[in-house]
Design a protein around this ligand. Sequence first.
Ligand code: NAD
Ligand code: IPM
Ligand code: MN
Length: 359
Amino acid sequence: MPAHRIAVIAGDGIGNEVMPEGLRVVEAAARRFNIDLQFTTMAWANCDYYLEHGQMMPSDWFAQLKDFDAIYFGAVGWPDKVPDHISLWGSLLKFRREFDEYVNLRPVRLMPGVPCPLANKKPGDIDFYVVRENTEGEYSSVGGRMFEGTERETVLQESVFTRKGVDRILKYAFELAQSRPKKHLTSATKSNGIAISMPFWDERVEAMGPSFPDVRWDKYHIDILAARFVLSPERFDVVVASNLFGDILSDLGPACTGTIAIAPSANINPERTFPSVFEPVHGSAPDIYGQNIANPIGMIWSGAMMLDFLGNGDARYTAAHDAIVRAIEQVLEHGPRTPDMGGSASTTEVGMAVAELLK
Ligand code: NAD
Ligand code: IPM
Ligand code: MN
């Protein structure tokens, strides 16, 4: 294959600390498995760029990025400098929308060596995917604000659920479930309370079910589903959810497996018309930035997902992905560990330890 072109956007805060470790490990894996990668660093999509230019990205960001094969992304947001809705809608959420990355794939896995906050769980017990709809739903820009500053102040924000948008995320989730041994899909709903969009979501699940006769599926209202994540996470295999429900479940899931700092994610445009974005689930963590103590595992694992995606089924890339995940498991089990996991190692030490195992 020709070199894969990857745009690198570190963003804000610890995005800048974990990105070098992600790159270190992805480059080590690429060397070992003879994969040709070409990285281009973008110095924008961060809050300092905004303070200087009045926007998060240059006006031609779409043209600059659209021909890359992937975007490796750290985290954006520094609420003391720029309000979060401005920094995020000016960068990450634009990518998801404009590059039609309608799948947000977020593995939830209890890894060896990571203390589980739930009683009596061991690695292997928790191993599922959250498949989050990533371009519509509750994350809409339809709405408005009226009578601002008066007692009549009224704020409306619509949710948008299109048949195409719902069907394509459900299809991805059914297919993923079909490819896994348990072949089990859970749909997150709330059709008892959100009585227009969620019954529609349920209808579309019902309509698709018969096309996947080997997939067992069920549905739970989001409130009890959240409780079940905590009480019986071992029963999940693939969980499909709207944008907001998926956002919440994909922090809750990793929290149930010990720490959100190791959780990876892939914002995928399955048609490959546009680049997909690979980023950790966590944010820019202003509270720990500047100390080189952020856990780089979420960034590194996202890099493994990126290689797997770039290979599109090629065995060498799958092997590179698997080798990174195995190296992560070894480091989680035997150290070094960053302070969030009870250790005292630096971001760099953890990144180097993972990279060392890929030599
Ligand atoms: P956060 O994920 O940045 O931090 C939550 C908590 O987890 C903090 O205590 C932090 O120190 C800890 N944490 C997160 N990542 C860690 C890591 N790798 N190692 C060790 N500890 C880690 O969430 P937040 O505080 O709600 O948000 C901070 C900023 O990040 C906000 O601007 C928010 O909008 C943004 N954010 C961005 C993304 C993204 O770019 N994808 C995701 C979530 C939040
Ligand atoms: C995530 C983040 C983003 C989201 C924020 C930062 C807009 O929480 O990637 O999960 O809500 O999608
Ligand atoms: Mn989130």
